[in-house]
Design a protein. Structure first.
Length: 257
């Protein structure tokens, strides 16, 4: 995995630096056409609402019927569709005002279906995961803005390395599963090793948010074009989805003990 300014692959090293020294970083473009922090926050809120809308639909459909024949296809459509639109958004940043909301809608299908299935087995777990996700977001944002957490080059490299290691581990596990081969299966169990692994992954996912905050500030400083608000919001959304799913997994391990 290449080293990124942020470990989030949606916000690569040159995403905003490409605009430094260009017309976007100078005075040739009107201030209203530049990326702003408030605009990015608003776009992130819109993407969250999109995800919540479709998540509520799949949630209600599954909770009423308890029928996987509906939830299963919806999750698969959201999973593969979300991946496709994530890739499109990553390569065509200028399309993000359209592709980012579509990505959020598709991810909502996944989040709603999976959350409903976990909720059926462990009542109350979904709201706990939501509360912990947004609680983590708020605490880290405050820590970043107050200067309690400083984004240094060593900090970036450490988070990037940890994220890359987790990614490679998940990919290796997935590929070997096609051949019915499993290694370190204990990390997916509810034992001490499994819970410890989930805690580490949750921590790494959370630290990616800090890098995302820093990256957005760089985009604003560089005077990136307005559509980059959607792209930055998309990047934050990718991290939030990962963080929520990892928290949901951790809570399920704790509940099953």
């Amino acid at each position: 995995m290449a080293l990124f300014k942020t470990a989030n692959p949606a916000l690569g090293q040159k995403t905003f630096s490409d605009f430094q020294g260009s017309q976007y970083g100078g005075s040739l473009i009107d201030a209203a056409a530049r990326m702003t922090l408030s605009g990015t926050i608003n776009k992130t809120g819109i993407l969250l609402l999109c995800a919540v809308a479709t998540a509520a639909w799949t949630w209600n459909s599954f909770m009423q019927t308890h029928d996987l024949s509906f939830a299963g296809p919806a999750i698969m459509i959201g999973l593969f569709g979300g991946l496709i639109f994530a890739l499109i958004t990553s390569f065509k940043k200028e399309w993000s005002p359209v592709t980012a909301p579509i990505y959020a809608l598709l991810e909502g299908l996944v989040l709603g279906g999976l959350s409903a299935m976990f909720e059926l087995r462990y009542p109350g777990i979904a709201m706990e995961a939501v509360a912990l996700t947004f609680g983590t977001l708020f605490v880290l944002l405050m820590a970043y803005k107050s200067g309690l957490i400083k984004v240094t080059e060593k900090f970036r490299l450490g988070v990037v390395a940890a994220t890359g290691g987790i990614f490679l581990f998940y990919m290796a596990q997935m590929l070997l599963s096609f051949f019915h081969i499993s290694f370190f299966s204990s990390v997916f169990g509810n034992g001490i090793v499994g819970i410890g692994f989930s805690l580490i992954v949750v921590a790494v996912a959370a630290l990616n948010l800090v890098l995302d905050f820093d990256f957005v500030e760089q985009g604003v400083a560089y005077g990136a074009p307005k559509y980059m608000e959607w792209y930055a919001a998309f990047g934050i959304m990718v991290t939030l989805v990962w963080l929520y799913l990892e928290i949901l997994r951790l809570l399920s391990k704790l509940r099953s003990r």
